[in-house]
Design a protein around this ligand. Structure first.
Ligand code: UD1
Ligand code: MG
Length: 457
């Protein structure tokens, strides 16, 4: 049987108090809707339909469109039942339809598979429920007192005091065959407290028909918690980070405090990696064996090889770092930087679009941009590549075994030949030849008889 998930994502999310549509708010740096799409993708689904409406253009633009996505516009948000009906043209009569919510980001593939299997095993309508400590806002699962079978879902606003006491809530996720779902949906009315077409009214209709309605209980409340406000968003962010850091620790990474490590993307790590507190990893980060990350770093889209030490408070973006390198503390490594084996980038150094050759050192207080640097180079403190003339960027080429004295400006385009030596305090505007000393410093004067100014009376 084919499987077509439909993700409801048209709601406004009033309680977020935001101009961003709710389903675009992030958990772990990724929009909630993208989380749900990615999970649906692991289901072996034939196509995924997204019902969108509030912030339509932005939602569609933000989500990377792909061949497997279909978009159904719900112009007016008249309720979850109405939302599903907007996707009518994508509902195959014989397929299994799974309804998912774009604001419930942590639902797992295994859980959705349980709903699918229920239908495959003869259920007509399978509902995912959960036991709640606080069921405020949830539709309550109403069961027959004698048989224990589910008879309906009552929305909180329509519930009696007695029904409100029920601690089993509707997660919103359900599965049914396309033809059944369409038949029930056509009968739904909006004569309820919210004047909405409730998807949840399908249950009572199915029961009335004598259909086989079943439930799957999700034990982990946080897996099916929906985000309606910023507090719930923060709860799920923590839960997501807990799951991520647990996976990392299982893979053999030491996290000094997992509650103070945030992963907004994926980390692949080798053996004996140690990560101190307050680090943020963004995008795709690869860490080799024996990598140490001291506290307070932000590392985005980087490949870091073996035996590297990233010292405290460094910010690295889109860089490739070779074996046995030291970076930081307080280093800023900007995109398109390659740091080869055994190199060292020290404190208060900014590096951009640069290749740092094997064993080269930029130890203190420098800006190196648009530069290709050879092996065994030593860049003195306070060296600046003047790569920008106000209009264009220019290249600095530094050969092997070059020594650059402190407080030097290299005015690009400029080339320093192999073995070149630049005297401290020079402004280099022309190429420096191989193996000689190049200086552009003004001569020192020692003035005899000069007196310090005295304070006026
Ligand atoms: C819904 C369920 C409730 C369940 C709860 C779980 C109904 C009637 N109620 O209530 O039983 O316990 O979720 O979180 O189904 N949406 C649309 N179009 C609309 C309305 C909603 O696409 O016209 C989407 C929203 O973007 C959201 C989802 O459907 O992703 C749920 O909508 P929401 O307004 O949060 O429903 P709840 O009141 O929470
Ligand atoms: Mg909700």
């Amino acid at each position: 049987m084919k499987l077509f998930p439909i993700i409801l994502a048209a709601g406004k999310g009033t309680r977020m108090n935001s101009s961003l549509p709710k389903v675009l708010h992030p958990i772990g740096g990724k929009s909630m809707l993208q989380h749900v799409i990615d999970t649906c993708r692991t289901l072996d689904a034939d196509r995924i339909t997204i019902v969108y409406g509030h912030g339509a253009d932005l939602v569609k633009e933000t989500i990377n469109s792909a061949d497997d996505l279909r978009w159904a516009l719900q112009e007016e948000q008249l309720g979850t039942g109405h939302a599903v009906l907007q996707a009518k043209e994508f509902i195959d009569e014989d397929a299994i339809i799974i309804i998912a919510y774009g604001d419930v980001p942590l639902v797992k593939t295994e859980t959705l598979k349980l709903l699918e299997n229920d239908i495959k095993n003869g259920s007509d309508l399978s509902i995912l429920t959960t036991k709640l400590k606080d069921s405020t806002g949830y539709g309550r699962i109403i069961r027959d007192e004698v048989t224990g079978k589910m008879t309906s879902i009552v929305e909180e606003k329509d519930a009696t005091d007695e029904q409100r006491k029920v601690d089993e809530g509707n997660t919103g996720f359900l599965a049914a065959k396309g033809k059944d779902l369409l038949r029930w949906l056509k009968e739904i009315k909006s004569d309820n407290a919210q004047g909405e077409y409730y998807l949840t009214d399908c249950i009572a209709l199915a029961v009335k028909e004598g259909a086989n309605v079943t439930t799957v209980l999700c034990e982990r409340e946080l897996e099916v918690l929906g985000v309606n406000d910023r507090k719930q968003q923060s709860i799920l962010e923590r839960e997501y980070q807990r799951i991520q850091t647990e996976t990392l620790m299982k893979a053999g990474v030491t996290l000094i405090d997992p509650a103070r490590c945030d992963i907004r993307g994926q980390i692949t790590a080798g053996k004996d990696v140690s990560i101190d507190v307050n680090n943020v990893f963004i995008g795709d980060v690869t860490l080799g064996n024996n990598v140490t990350i001291e506290s307070g770093c932000v590392i985005k889209d980087c490949q870091i090889a073996d035996d590297v030490n990233i010292k405290a408070n460094s910010v690295l973006d889109s860089a490739i770092i070779g074996n046995n390198c030291d970076v930081g503390p307080f280093a800023r490594v900007r995109p398109d930087t390659v740091i080869k084996d055994n190199a060292k980038i020290g404190n208060f150094v900014e590096i951009k679009k640069t290749i740092v050759g094997e064993g080269s050192k930029v130890s203190h207080l420098s800006y190196i941009g648009d530069t290709t640097m050879g092996e065994g180079v030593n860049i003195g403190a306070g060296t600046i590549t003047c790569n920008y003339d106000g209009v264009n960027k220019h290249q600095t080429i530094i050969g092997n075994n070059v020594f650059v004295g402190s407080d030097t400006q290299l005015v690009a385009p400029v080339t320093l030949g192999d073995g070149a030596n630049i005297g401290a305090g020079s402004t280099i505007t022309r190429d420096a030849p191989n193996d000689v000393l190049t200086l552009s410093r003004s001569k020192q004067l020692n003035i005899k008889g000069w007196k310090r100014p005295a304070k006026k009376k």
